[in-house]
Design a binder for this molecule. Structure first.
Ligand code: CUA
Length: 228
């Protein structure tokens, strides 16, 4: 979860989010180097003494400053494509969770396990526990096993919503009449918070997501206590 003055990305809870953070830092470093170089050159321009005012062309330097940026762009494009295809790779999921966006709450279905289904509403501020997180906690959490491949299917019942959990690197639109798929692997236990990130109506800000990541045997206990 993000806390005060956290301007960067949240700590990752999945290998893919870790890769996304590495790529973000890599791209930002290149961006900073370009900005500093261009800023320096523009500043230096103020002190130009016009000694080369009869110089009209320079084949070599033009060749260099055309090809060099193209190579720099490749260093961003290739890792970006690698990540893009890696994010889409499905690797034998052991659990499939279906999540349906509604105005304004999420509902979940564990179709693999006796069709467990429930709604997940935000807890209103006046009903919040003293240690609860305002606008972020829900009445029914999504319980998922850690160290397992999890597939998520996202759709919506009314308008477009978006199932977004930053620590897991997941952001999938829920669109009425469609079923979107992605997958993730949670590599530590804990609570991971997310929010709808598609402007879906008046209470768009009030349909958070809470994932409770637990060891596999705890998950089995939870799932079997639910389908009595
Ligand atoms: Cu649902 Cu915004």
């Amino acid at each position: 979860m993000s806390t005060w003055a956290n301007l960067g990305l949240q700590d990752s809870a999945s290998p893919l989010m870790e890769q996304l953070i590495f790529f973000h830092d890599h791209a930002l470093l290149i961006l900073v180097m370009i900005t500093v170089l261009v800023g320096y050159l523009m500043f230096i321009l103020f002190f130009n003494s016009y000694v080369n005012r009869f110089l009209l062309h320079g084949q070599l330097i033009e060749m260099i400053w055309t090809i060099l940026p193209a190579i720099i762009l490749l260093f961003i494009a290739l890792p970006s494509l690698r990540l893009l295809y890696l994010l889409d790779e499905i690797n034998e999921p052991s659990v499939t969770l279906k999540s349906i966006g509604h105005q304004w709450y999420w509902s979940y279905e564990y179709s693999d396990f006796n069709n467990i289904e429930f709604d997940s509403y935000m807890i209103p501020t006046n009903e919040l526990a003293t240690d609860g997180f305002r606008l972020l906690d829900v009445d029914n959490r999504v319980v998922l096993p850690m160290n397992s491949q999890i597939r998520i299917l996202v759709t919506a019942a009314d308008v477009i919503h978006s199932w977004t959990v930053p620590a897991l690197g997941v952001k999938v639109d829920g669109t009425p009449g469609r079923l979107n798929q992605t997958n993730f692997f949670i590599n530590r236990p804990g609570l991971f918070y997310g929010q709808c990130s598609e402007i879906c109506g008046a209470n768009h800000s009030f349909m958070p997501i809470v994932i409770e990541s637990v060891p596999v045997n705890y998950f089995i206990k939870w799932i079997s206590s639910n389908n009595s």
